[in-house]
Design a protein. Structure first.
Length: 232
């Protein structure tokens, strides 16, 4: 893979690591490398562990790209939404090992995989779009609605509430929290458990369970591409 994303295969488990600066920003280049990593995982028939750097899973989209103007922002969001849609329907199990902060698109990635492990610590997780003057896009609203606990959907999407790792479990961004030193051990333990699944049944059940959601997401991505309405 590229320097931005590394791919390590070990005993049927592919560890995909994002490494792009202090914020672990998600740029066109990062998404291209991530899609390449998923392509390899499919070829290898591997359970995927998606992780970031110490203290930061991802702070979201590359702001330098987002600030170039509406067309550039729309292009990056379209790529990002398409990527999370791929995660949601990925034929093999995907585990997120969230090393720390997960904000905006970083949090949307957590909402799109099969299982999420976070680390204890003074970390922030959530959707800050409204707080920084961005009107939430249609795809983002539906990704959040699909996975967040109902009581936290409004608080997250409309009020831009940010959570601690423990609060993120209650909200639905994470499934469990462990000490930072145990994160990858726990992720690999879960990956070995997921390897015992029948992968055909896993893939077909995932797509069947999410059929209406995936169709809705496709419509939202198309609608956002026509008019994102990011500035507000």
């Amino acid at each position: 893979m590229s320097e931005l994303v590394t791919y390590e295969l070990n005993d049927g488990v592919a560890t995909v690591t994002i490494s792009n600066g202090k914020a672990n920003a998600l740029s066109h280049e990062v998404f291209e490398a991530l899609n390449g990593a998923l392509d390899r995982a499919e070829q290898d028939k591997a359970v995927v562990i998606l992780t970031g750097q110490a203290g930061i899973f991802s702070g979201g989209y590359d702001l330098k790209e987002m600030q170039k103007g509406p067309e550039a922002a729309t292009a990056l969001v379209t790529v990002g939404s398409t990527f999370t849609r791929r995660l949601a329907a990925f034929p093999l199990p995907v585990i997120a090992a969230c090393n720390g902060h997960a904000i905006a698109k970083g949090a949307f990635v957590l909402l799109s995989v099969d299982y999420r492990i976070g680390t204890e610590g003074p970390f922030k997780l959530g959707l800050n779009e409204v707080a920084i003057g961005m009107t939430m896009h249609h795809a983002g609203i539906e990704i959040a609605r699909h996975r967040l606990a109902p009581a936290h959907f409004y608080r997250s999407v409309v009020n831009a509430e940010i959570y601690s790792p423990e609060g993120a479990v209650a909200a639905g961004f994470l499934d469990e929290v462990v000490p930072a030193s145990d994160l990858m051990t726990r992720a690999n333990e879960l990956a070995q458990q997921f390897k015992q699944l029948n992968m055909r049944a896993h893939s077909e059940t995932k797509v069947k369970a999410k059929a209406e959601y995936l169709a809705l997401l496709d419509r939202c991505i198309e609608k956002d591409a026509e008019h994102l309405g990011l500035s507000g």
